[in-house]
Design a binder for this molecule. Structure first.
Ligand code: GLU
Length: 494
């Protein structure tokens, strides 16, 4: 394939939506696969709705995801003169014309057509004006829009969509569409094409929601004498009820920022979003960056809509369970140094960071993260469920207190006694702690499991976790002993 140039052209009117991020990711993968270029273009022509905050949010979101671009960000508004020039060229070459019909006239025509069950498209009144007549009206200051002159011919205009196959439309069905408003501002449809021509875009990979524009845009490419790029329209992302996902109806869960705030690993979100609308053709679900670039192709983008499997209000899942599972997979398998770096950010924000974790306590820090990560789903879990390893102030799972402590009144006595035994251990290790706990259980005549569950609850605040002796070694002798001594207080608390 000759040079590939693709673009991601968000309109900065809100947050970076996961659907928008997926568009960016598909374009990025395609560019990387073919050694091409990804251009970032901020389509800020809608001045009223575009905000600086939104621009920054989009850039931050892309950077966080690791989606890098090769050119830009360009700003559509900076090329306003080119959009106007293109419209003028179309007027001069007779591919467009001024339309002086007023809104009221157009409305009346529409109603008449509706009543007569006739075609609703613009009837071409001003297309038939002589150039002199049009010039006269213009000179007299009659307001006008500019309409594109759709070729009057039989047959169809079409394109080979890389995802959907051949798409065609009868010329007769296409109305002479407006390309410049009466205030002189070119419409988005035209600006988008002018920018894509200037940026030499070879492939346009975008959502199916833009398909209503495509044939009209192809007409504009042809009229402007430019090559028509290849189009690939991606499926939409819908919820379980087949409605489009949006912040208004689904809340923050549709924004990339939400995943960052909920302890997602950026690549895990990329991996999840790619699968929302594309499949490798086999049952693989986890891809490294290189594997994904290799495997990706436009042809394997799904034709049918993707389902974002999220049940609002379901307390078990704060987002699509598949996204959580993919995140957990990365959390469990990534090199622990990389996890250590991400958890560092979490700990800094939580006031749990100790600078020694990257100096003399580094081995302990990484080994502890490695020990506890197997049950975690997000980076947030380290500071929440894993807090007891890093701080003496840690929460108790209410279930843990009820189940493991209160069920055995004897623990109130046994655990402080055990603390005395443990305090005597000189070489604090898996073996020595295990031997001491088992000997104590035997002497007391209690099942080791009861003691062990009690220790776990008191020392970590949780019901589940790694092997208890690993826990004891990781938490350390002094902390274990002092926590077990405080067991009676937990009975008051529970
Ligand atoms: N600015 C448009 C959007 O954010 C993109 C249009 C396109 O990809 O052609 O939806």
């Amino acid at each position: 394939m000759s040079e590939v140039i693709v673009r991601f052209p968000p309109s900065p009117t809100g947050y970076l939506h996961i659907g928008g991020a997926r568009t960016a990711i598909y374009n990025w993968l395609f560019a990387r696969k073919y050694g091409g270029k990804l251009i970032l273009r901020i389509e800020d022509t809608d001045v009223e709705r575009s905000t600086q905050e939104s621009i920054e949010g989009i850039l931050d979101g892309l950077r966080w995801l690791g989606i890098d671009w090769d050119e830009g960000p360009y700003f559509q508004s900076e090329f306003a003169h080119e959009h106007v020039t293109a419209a003028d060229r179309l007027l001069e070459s007779g591919r467009a014309y001024r339309c002086f019909c007023t809104r009221e006239e157009l409305e009346a025509k529409r109603e008449a057509a509706l009543a007569a069950k006739k075609d609703l498209k613009y009837d071409g009144t001003c297309r038939r004006l002589t150039p002199e007549h049009a010039a006269e009206k213009e000179a007299a200051g009659v307001p006008s829009v500019v309409r594109f002159k759709v070729p009057e011919r039989d047959g169809k205009i079409g394109y080979d969509d890389k995802v959907l196959g051949r798409i065609e439309k009868e010329y007769r069905e296409i109305e002479d569409f407006v390309i410049v408003r009466s205030n002189g501002k070119p419409l988005y449809l035209l600006c988008n094409v002018v920018d894509d021509i200037r940026d030499r875009i070879t492939h346009i990979i975008r959502g199916q929601d833009h398909m209503t524009n495509t044939v009209r845009q192809i007409l504009l490419y042809q009229a402007l004498g430019a090559d028509v790029p290849v189009f690939a329209h991606m499926p939409l992302t819908l919820d379980l009820k087949k409605a489009k996902i949006s912040k208004r109806s689904h809340g923050e869960v549709v924004a990339v920022q939400f995943y960052r705030d909920h302890g997602f690993i950026p690549w895990a979100l990329v991996n999840f979003l790619v699968l929302l609308g594309w499949s490798p053709g086999d049952d693989r679900e986890i891809f490294s960056r290189e594997e994904l670039i290799q495997a990706f192709s436009l042809e394997r983008i799904n034709r049918s809509n993707s389902i974002f499997n999220y049940r609002k209000g379901d307390p078990r899942f704060f987002t699509d369970p598949k996204a959580i599972n993919i995140n957990a997979h990365y959390l469990h398998t990534m090199p622990i140094e990389e996890i250590g770096e991400m958890v560092r950010q979490e700990f800094l924000a939580e006031g749990l960071w100790d600078p020694d974790y990257e100096r003399e306590k580094k081995d302990w820090y990484l080994a502890t993260l490695d020990l506890i990560r197997a049950r975690f789903h997000t980076l947030k879990d380290f500071a929440a469920l894993g807090r007891a390893y890093f701080s003496d102030e840690y929460p108790f799972d209410p279930k843990a207190l009820k189940k493991n402590v209160l069920r055995h009144e004897g623990l109130k006595r046994w655990l402080p006694e055990l603390a005395e035994r443990l305090e005597e251990i000189q070489d604090w290790s898996l073996e020595s702690t295990e031997a001491a706990v088992r000997a104590f259980a035997e002497e007391t005549g209690v099942k080791p499991g009861i003691i062990i569950n009690g220790i776990r609850t008191v020392v970590t605040g949780q019901i589940k976790g790694p092997g208890i002796f690993d826990v004891l070694v990781a938490v350390g002798k002094d902390r274990v002993v002092s926590r077990l001594r405080k067991t009676p207080e937990l009975y008051v608390a529970a």
